[in-house]
Design a protein around this ligand. Sequence first.
Ligand SMILES: Nc1ncnc2c1ncn2[C@@H]1O[C@H](COP(=O)(O)OP(=O)(O)OP(=O)(O)O)[C@@H](O)[C@H]1O
Ligand SMILES: [Mg+2]
Length: 318
Amino acid sequence: MATGEHIWNRELVLVTGKGGVGKTTIAAALARAAQAEGKRVLLAEVTSEVANTSPLLGFFGQPRPHGEAPIRLDDNVDGVRITPSAGHRLFLSAALHSGMLANAAMRSAALNRFLLAAPAFPEIGTLYMLVTLLRERWDHVVVDLPATGHALGLVSLPRTVLRILPSSGLIGGAIQEGLDALTHPARTGAVVVTLPEALPVQEGLELEEGLKKLNVPVRAMVLNRMPKHAFSETERAALDAHMRGRATEPLLGTREFRRLERALDARARFRAGVPAGVNRVEIPLCDTTTDSQEIMEHVGLALRQVHLGDPSPVEVMP
Ligand SMILES: Nc1ncnc2c1ncn2[C@@H]1O[C@H](COP(=O)(O)OP(=O)(O)OP(=O)(O)O)[C@@H](O)[C@H]1O
Ligand SMILES: [Mg+2]
């Protein structure tokens, strides 16, 4: 990997991780950063059928996009929601060579239930739509994936389907094309996001392993919301000793201090656990505001300072 590359420097950037770690914030921030470099970006939110507002597109003032086609969000930035049913519809119109017929077919409740219930059908729809978008005009497609299992399912389920489908057919061909893209190290980079707490770090590392097993190139692991620590090692040790002697006495700041200790422990686990070849990025907790737009902008500033492949670990502390 060339030194100095930006984290978003892939055609397909997959942002993944467990719930609430900051995937959407980071996906939006990556799009902003790529836009600032003059790139054309598609921000894509992979979502279920039911969601009617989009937190991701909300960062660009369009929380309720109409229709299924990409919409303009800003100069050089488009946004889209990738849903299984939109993917199925695209597939049907390709198969039937007629959008009208496809729409009529998709209105059939029975067919819809069948498409959603059959194992892997939602993933096939999602993958089909992704493939269609990747054939288009953007420099970067930044995908905000839902919780952990989805990222793995998006690759593993279509792969299973391919065992029973000829990869020469319309659907098999598209699945093969999607899997090729998802597993191509020069085209795709997954960014696994986690938090400085014991369990999330563990789960993040397991997700990284799972993706690697499926040949999805993991480009970076991000430890998001790392609290800044105001104490040196010596001061921490002194404070710790002081607090231990006063277990029953409520002391101002004790809880904060313990939380910081846990974050530092989790960070140590993160630093030790991220395998060689995967970049480590640490993004500070933004504690000056609760405004999600401002947080996204701070995170974007931090991400712009990241140059992957540096021999030293990347710690971004603006
Ligand atoms: N570096 C940060 N500092 C402070 N707050 C942050 C930071 N990153 C994200 N947040 C906040 O954490 C919350 C969760 O972030 P976000 O919605 O991006 O997570 P997510 O992984 O997309 O969640 P979900 O799994 O629910 O989609 C938001 O309120 C966001 O503003
Ligand atoms: Mg989200």
